[in-house]
Write a protein that binds this ligand. Structure first.
Ligand SMILES: Nc1ccn([C@@H]2O[C@H](COP(=O)(O)O)[C@@H](O)[C@H]2O)c(=O)n1
Ligand code: CDI
Length: 183
């Protein structure tokens, strides 16, 4: 790789949460939204695996650890924390580490909730939290596995970040004059 080449960095994040037991029902928070009448997920936080996967992908892209590194379950301040709060905090940490966010893409696997009608709303809430475009898609697993049996929800995310200082150096550094001979 050329030493002065500035490359964006990609990251990946996966999160899985089980549905809360029937004797300890929880509200469902997913994709930054509250889902009235839907069975909720268990977790130390609100269990929003879409927001968690997005945050994990951001940390992964920067190479600064993962969700547990920054918001471990040993941290009482994150007990019951909303996914939106964790994602906005992750974006703040990413920027403090010298990166800007290109975009985040998340897909979750579940029979329910039916996501399509609220996709725009979810994307708006999560994009605002990240300060960058977050897209969300959904799929079922055709009845297979733990998501097919309705035991929980899984989400996978990718993120793209780029180092800000290096990017700005390139944007502002005087380049070779047009037509100048190559060294
Ligand atoms: N929880 C979900 C799951 C799926 N969708 C939408 O349905 C489409 C078809 O899903 P398949 O798993 O049968 O391929 C999928 O592409 C989503 O648009 C949804 O809205 N909510
Ligand atoms: C988010 C944290 C912290 O509250 O707890 P959970 O809600 O259990 O979520 P998980 O995806 O298991 O990630 C670990 C923790 O960082």
């Amino acid at each position: 790789m050329a030493p002065d080449m500035v490359l964006p960095r990609t990251g990946v994040g996966i999160d899985v949460h089980a549905f809360a037991p029937e004797d300890d029902p929880q509200p469902l928070w997913l994709g930054g939204l509250f889902w009235e009448g839907e069975r909720g997920l268990s977790g130390h936080s609100d269990g929003d695996c879409v927001a968690h996967a997005a945050a994990d992908a951001l940390f992964s892209a920067c190479g600064i650890g993962d969700l547990g590194t920054h918001f471990g379950t040993d941290r009482p301040e994150y007990s019951g924390a909303s996914g939106v709060k964790l994602l906005s905090e992750a974006a703040r940490i990413v920027r403090a580490a010298g990166f800007e966010i290109g975009n985040v893409a998340v897909q979750f696997v579940a029979n329910r909730p039916k996501f399509g009608p609220r996709r725009e709303e979810s994307q708006r809430v999560l994009s605002q939290a990240a300060g960058a475009p977050v897209s969300v898609t959904a799929t079922t697993s055709d009845g297979l596995g733990f998501t097919g049996r309705g035991e929980g929800i899984s989400a996978v995310a990718t993120a793209l970040v780029y180092p800000v200082s290096a990017h700005e150096d390139h944007a502002t550094a005087p380049g070779p004059a047009k037509g100048a001979p190559h060294a």
